[in-house]
Design a protein around this ligand. Structure first.
Ligand code: ZN
Length: 213
């Protein structure tokens, strides 16, 4: 459908209006990179990658992707860009078979949005990295209130025991790549990582398109 529409309407860049693509390379390059883009959690096999700062065009793509088709398409382009950037680092870190798991949203947010944005990002990663994605393996068992409204301490308490793995056998000995749109304190990623490690995975790589600092 998207390809068909592109034949009729030549897309133009969301930011600079150049015709050709919904988000041009020049504008992607101008998006500020995350100040700290790699973190290894001490003593546990958990790694974090963030690519962009959560501001400007990146923030617009992420925030509005739920309501506007153009931003939705732009977020796909951005996700592809991030997966290309991380391809070699992920390959280096994941020597064993890997699996991509999107961070699930709460039922309320899913109802509100109609889809999970992290799943859309995961699909692009899956295509580019040739790693399968399972979107129903990691589930949210506790509805947490919006992460943006809480203090750092509250966020960690909030997400405690928020996740569960449906079929742990599918994670045994695997590297899990957790994906999400924005990372703020890392509380959600950490809690999901713990759940995944407990279920038998031996390494977790958390990837967020943007870091909100
Ligand atoms: Zn542009």
């Amino acid at each position: 459908m998207e390809k068909f529409l592109n034949l009729i309407f030549i897309p133009e860049c969301l930011s600079c209006k150049q015709p050709g693509t919904i988000l041009c390379d020049k504008c992607i390059k101008s998006c500020p990179s995350s100040r700290q883009n790699f973190v290894k959690v001490p003593n546990v096999p958990i790694y974090f990658f963030f690519i962009f700062e959560y501001q400007g065009l990146v923030r617009e793509c992420i925030r509005k992707a739920k309501y506007h088709n153009r931003q939705f398409a732009a977020l796909k382009v951005l996700s592809l860009n991030v997966s290309v950037k991380l391809q070699s680092q992920i390959a280096l870190l994941s020597k064993t078979p890997s699996i991509i798991l999107p961070i699930p949203v709460s039922i309320e947010r899913l109802k509100l949005r109609g889809f999970n944005q992290a799943e859309l990002i995961g699909q692009k990663f899956s295509q580019q990295l040739h790693i399968p994605m399972k979107s129903t393996l990691l589930v949210r068992v506790k509805n947490t209130s919006s992460q943006f409204a809480n203090t750092k301490k509250q966020r960690f308490t909030n997400v405690k025991s928020a996740f569960k793995i449906n079929d742990p056998r599918q994670l045994a000995g695997k590297t899990v790549i957790l994906v999400d749109d924005v990372c703020t304190t890392g509380a959600t990623f950490l809690e999901a990582s713990k759940t995944v490690l407990k279920a038998g995975s031996h390494k977790v790589i958390c990837v967020a398109i943007a870091r909100k600092s």
